[in-house]
Design a binder for this molecule. Structure first.
Ligand code: FO1
Length: 312
């Protein structure tokens, strides 16, 4: 089955890994690049790297981002020079950023760079950046506007969010092969990623939402909110700050009109009827992926479910 997944960072990468275990080469993952930024003159693509390292089996299991067993000697030296080492770049991880920056300077697109790097790491699925153009997620907080990594890592997502915008989105086209993959897909999965800062930028790229709506195949989303809490990161806090009670139902409502199905954690089983009332089919299961076996089990359940939805 040809399947396209939309993903942000750690949560999305885990489900993408499960889907790769089930589908191998038949999986395409379209990844958020609104978090990308420049640091020490290097182009960093945190979500692309998180997905790539996870699918290559080399991600740091404790953080979910970065490379397992990485060391931080370069960062220590950078800190000695300048003292502002708030973004933790590992020695091995730095090789990715050095090479990506070089390849981009040589004129390659981010899509081509991502293909080359992920192939070299033995990734079987196709990873496509949402766009090859520069898009920057900007968080407007109660105090000031912050670039995403400044908000997320430097300020540890403590500032109160008032609104979010994606600078440059009007000039962004889908990454290479993204639309073709959506046209070929037999199912679409929105991974359990932050709806505001991971999935929204992907959907905001010109033509992306329309291509998803045109694909008359089962489109499902997996809730990143379980029991009113985000599995990781600021999603629940953002819902609150934007005036919405965080819940799986609120996530389903955000995707209403785009999805046919919604995967709900068993903890939230009681919300099933509220989501079904929106005309969205519901699968209730254990969505919390603690182990690699959990990722594969959830992915297999999703593939089986979309196959049944396809047959309807
Ligand atoms: N996240 C952190 O919370 N702290 C870090 O120091 C950090 C470093 C980092 C380095 C490379 C990389 O690819 C990702 C990194 N992340 C770090 C994760 C990342 O910035 C966020 O998880 C995403 O942008 C949100 O999806």
């Amino acid at each position: 089955m040809n399947l396209v997944a939309l993903a942000g960072g750690v949560g999305g990468a885990k489900l993408a890994d499960g889907l790769q275990r089930v589908l191998g080469e038949d999986l395409t993952v379209i990844v958020n690049t609104g978090d990308d930024f420049e640091r020490h003159g290097l182009r960093i693509s945190p979500d692309l790297d998180t997905v790539m390292y996870t699918l290559a089996g080399i991600a740091n299991p404790e953080t979910g981002w970065g490379i397992a067993g990485d060391t931080f000697n370069s960062l220590e030296m950078l800190a000695r020079y300048r003292g502002d080492a708030w973004f933790n770049l590992g020695d091995r991880d730095l090789a990715t950023h050095i090479l990506r920056t070089q390849m981009l300077r040589e004129g390659m697109t981010l899509s081509a760079v991502t293909r080359a790097l992920s192939r070299a790491l033995g990734v079987r699925a196709t990873i496509v950046p949402m766009t090859d153009q520069a898009v920057m997620t900007i968080v407007n907080t109660d105090a000031e506007e912050l670039a995403f990594q400044e908000y997320f890592v430097h300020r540890r997502w403590q500032p109160v969010v008032k609104s979010i915008r994606f600078a440059g989105i009007e000039n962004a086209n889908p990454g290479e092969g993204a639309i073709a993959a959506l046209q070929r897909a037999e199912a679409l999965v929105i991974c359990p990623s932050n709806p505001f800062v991971s999935v929204a930028p992907i959907l905001a790229v010109r033509g992306m939402r329309a291509a998803i709506q045109r694909a008359s195949v089962p489109t499902i989303a997996v809730s990143p909110i379980v029991g009113g809490e985000a599995l990781k990161g600021p999603a629940a806090k953002m819902f609150h700050e934007l005036g919405i009670e965080p819940s799986a139902v609120a996530v389903a409502q955000r995707y209403n009109g785009l999805i046919d199905g919604f995967v709900l954690d068993q903890l939230d089983a009681a919300h099933g009827d509220e989501i079904r009332a929106l005309g969205i089919a519901v699968l209730v299961t254990d969505t919390v992926m603690k182990s690699e076996a959990d990722r594969e089990r959830l992915a297999q359940e999703i593939v089986d479910w979309v196959t049944r939805l396809h047959a309807r």
